[in-house]
Design a binder for this molecule. Structure first.
Ligand code: ADP
Ligand code: MG
Length: 248
């Protein structure tokens, strides 16, 4: 008879191959019926496939770090509504293609919250992509090889796109135009989480075009939750006299 492990390999059930000796031993001890044992084995394969899919989505999302909503200290940052963030964590906003804009100075937890929402979405089975405006601007502008996919599509498609650090990079008119195209492509289709240290009034200078900035903000903010964080930098929390917006 062909050894069982070879059969599992042929069927690409490598997750099961690892767990099977344990499952067989448990089935022996609790004298499971054939039906109960087979159910248990199939369930194990489904569980390990779901876990692998989770890990794959997490890798593809390219989060800069892992931070959870549950680890966010709302007492430290009273300007952030715990109720609103918890409501966002339920992911209802993804169903209505609502955007989330996190505004505030460095260190107040914008990226933390963006990653926390991303993790929730990944765990719920959604495709997520995290990027910074600098990276986005470079990728969208890079000359395209013939036959290469339109890079805009890569950013337009995920259920959740995070654009972090809007404001540190000034855009050329070509880049500004592409950012507008991206926001327009996702408008009312899929949610974008955007973080920025700028107020909306400064977007004209960021994009080098007041009219384009108005049109972009119009689409971005039509269905959006805006969270303005005006507390202290969490990074500087143990520094004496670190009140007010800190620079990093
Ligand atoms: P920002 O993106 O606003 O500059 P970050 O989200 O990168 O700030 O936060 C800086 C660091 O402080 C991160 O490690 C983050 O996890 C942590 N942090 C910020 N705010 C909080 C908070 N209220 N509770 C717990 N950790 C926080
Ligand atoms: Mg940040």
């Amino acid at each position: 008879m062909i050894p069982m492990m070879d059969l599992l390999k042929q069927l690409r059930l490598s997750g099961l191959a690892e767990e099977l000796p344990r499952l067989i031993e448990e089935a022996r001890q609790s004298q499971l019926s054939y039906e109960a044992f087979l159910t248990c084995v199939l369930q194990q394969e489904i569980t390990s496939r779901a876990l692998r899919a989770d890990q794959r989505r997490l890798r593809k999302a390219k989060l800069p770090f892992i931070s959870r909503i549950e680890a966010f200290d709302f007492r430290f940052q009273p300007s952030v509504s715990k109720r609103l963030v918890q409501e966002l964590a339920s992911l209802q906003f993804l169903e209505t293609a609502t955007n989330v804009v996190l505004l505030g100075p460095p260190g107040v937890g914008k990226t933390h919250l963006a990653c926390g929402l991303s993790l929730k979405a990944i765990e719920a089975g959604h495709a997520v992509l995290f990027t910074t405006l600098r990276e986005l601007a470079q990728v969208l502008e890079a000359p395209r090889q013939p036959g290469q996919h339109d890079p805009l599509r890569r950013y337009a498609q995920p259920k959740l796109l995070v654009i972090d650090e809007v404001g540190y990079t000034r855009l050329t008119s070509e880049q500004a135009r592409m950012l507008f195209d991206l926001v327009a492509a996702r408008y009312e289709r899929a949610s974008t989480v955007l973080t920025s240290n700028l107020s909306f009034g400064e977007w004209g200078a960021l994009l080098g075009d007041e009219v384009l900035a108005t049109a972009l903000l119009d689409r971005l903010l039509h269905h959006a939750e805006v969270i303005t964080i005006n507390g202290r930098s969490y990074r500087m929390r143990n520094h004496a006299g670190a009140d007010g917006p800190a620079s990093s």
